[in-house]
Design a protein around this ligand. Structure first.
Ligand code: ADP
Ligand code: MG
Length: 423
């Protein structure tokens, strides 16, 4: 097990971790507290532009922001052509950007210290899948993908700072990709729809970074809107913005970052995806999305081994849970989504087997304190959990979780806006 690489809200040198990944850093020009809502703040805006000037010796042409996300329900269903329902966090990755005309890409991140803390300089012509190491591969991949798609995008200087906990299962990586894609496409006059932009970012991660991820995270960052969860049918790419106003109903959603990430997380993702594809192939179907909920027992009976049965059961029941949550939200029964979230956790723990002791501890502690529902969120093997609770229980449940897992960080959240230009 390794600790989360770094944390934007880190305040203590004791939280320094991997020398490869860099050390914690509170970026200039953005709130140091990751729980802070990012209302327009002229001082922070100026400080962020000044930071770009300090790094690159000239002013930026503009500033963009893209959010991290919480997935409310629909885990690992995206690469099975299924349904997901994430919403955007108020926490964002910001980019100050200016074009260059010499074919050079330079990137810098206020979140990185140590070995990865400096400016990374790359020749645009040399960008190729697998060619870039470290965090810079994410923005490099996006520039590569834009050019691969035939868009006339050249070099640029980019300075990033994020309040999304990095490596916390809240999609700091997608925020980094989406803010890069939005800034570069807008600066170069490339007209991309938001879903198209998300697909381009996914492709950049699949091909250039070499991670076989689905399209949920990038779509959430690019397409979510304030006050809504986003229902996405990944096969048809049909989107629906679903009103999700917890405060109006006296409810709260607590995000708990366990600040652990188990070392095998990245390798397991590919194996899970391959397992799901093998199960669909064994059933003669294009994807597990095509197993109807009421046809689950028959599908399970037709599968050759226990692992494929477990994976299939999770995906089919999880797609059903997304549709259940959608129906409950449509009916104004927000409280009633709690047990559905909790059932989703059990499925991820027992069938998909991607939870971990720390996530289970957070969920079990919350439920023992009468939370309405709780589940791990994101890819698994660490990262974050979400807890739905009554407003009146917020302090008690939050304190119980903090006692049970003192290393964790928590914040109450509401759905924020998707990616946008700030100035
Ligand atoms: P998550 O997306 O859940 O936060 P990932 O492991 O998918 O976790 O992505 C984290 C990685 O993304 C980091 O290790 C780093 O390479 C990159 N990254 C994300 N945000 C930043 C940032 N603000 N600055 C530099 N690198 C970042
Ligand atoms: Mg990620």
């Amino acid at each position: 097990m390794t600790e989360a690489a770094f944390d934007t809200s880190a305040t203590s040198a004791a939280q320094v971790t991997s020398a490869v990944q860099g050390t914690p850093a509170a970026p200039a020009g953005v709130p140091a507290d990751a729980s802070a809502h990012e209302a327009p703040d002229p001082d922070a805006e100026r400080a962020f532009r000044d930071a770009f000037q300090d790094v690159f010796g000239r002013p930026p042409e503009g500033v963009w922001a893209a959010p991290g996300r919480v997935n409310l329900i629909g885990e690992h269903t995206d690469y099975n052509d299924g349904y997901v329902m994430p919403f955007a966090l108020p926490h964002t990755t910001r980019a100050a950007v200016a074009r260059r005309d010499d074919g050079v890409l330079r990137v810098h991140s206020a979140n990185m210290r140590g070995g990865e803390g400096g400016v990374v300089e790359l020749a645009v012509d040399s960008l190729a899948p697998g060619a870039t190491e470290g965090w810079a591969r994410y923005p490099a991949a996006v520039l590569w993908a834009l050019r691969e798609s035939g868009h006339p995008v050249g070099g640029a200087d980019l300075h990033f700072a994020s309040t999304v906990p990095v490596g916390g299962g809240l999609s700091s990586s997608a925020a980094l990709q989406v803010v890069t894609a939005l800034a570069l496409s807008e600066l170069h006059g490339v007209e991309l729809g938001r879903q198209e932009l998300a697909l381009l970012c996914q492709r950049s991660e699949n091909v250039y970074v070499g991670a076989p991820v689905g399209v949920m995270d990038q779509t959430a960052s690019a397409c979510c809107t304030e006050g809504h969860a986003l229902h996405l049918d990944v096969r048809t790419l049909t989107q629906r913005q679903v009103p999700f106003d917890l405060a109006a109903e006296g409810l709260r959603l607590l995000v708990v970052d366990t600040r652990v990430k188990h070392a095998h997380a990245d390798g397991e993702y590919g194996k899970l995806r391959a397992g799901c594809e093998a199960a669909a192939a064994a059933l003669g179907l294009p994807a597990l999305r095509d197993v109807a909920y009421d046809g689950l027992d028959a599908a399970l009976a037709a599968l050759p081994d226990e692992r494929l049965r477990r994976l299939t059961r999770h995906i089919v029941t999880e797609n059903h849970r997304v549709e259940e949550v959608l129906a409950l939200l449509d009916a104004g029964r927000t409280r009633d989504i709690g047990p559905v979230l909790t059932a989703g956790h059990a499925s991820l723990r027992d069938d998909f087997r991607i939870s971990c002791p720390e996530l289970d501890l957070v969920v079990d502690t919350a439920l023992a304190e009468d939370a309405l529902g709780a589940r791990m969120t994101g890819g698994g093997f660490g990262g974050s959990a979400i807890v739905l609770l009554e407003e009146a229980d917020e302090e008690r449940i939050g304190a119980a979780i903090a006692r049970a897992l003192p290393r964790s960080r928590q914040f109450v959240t509401t759905p924020g806006p998707g990616a946008r230009r700030l100035s």
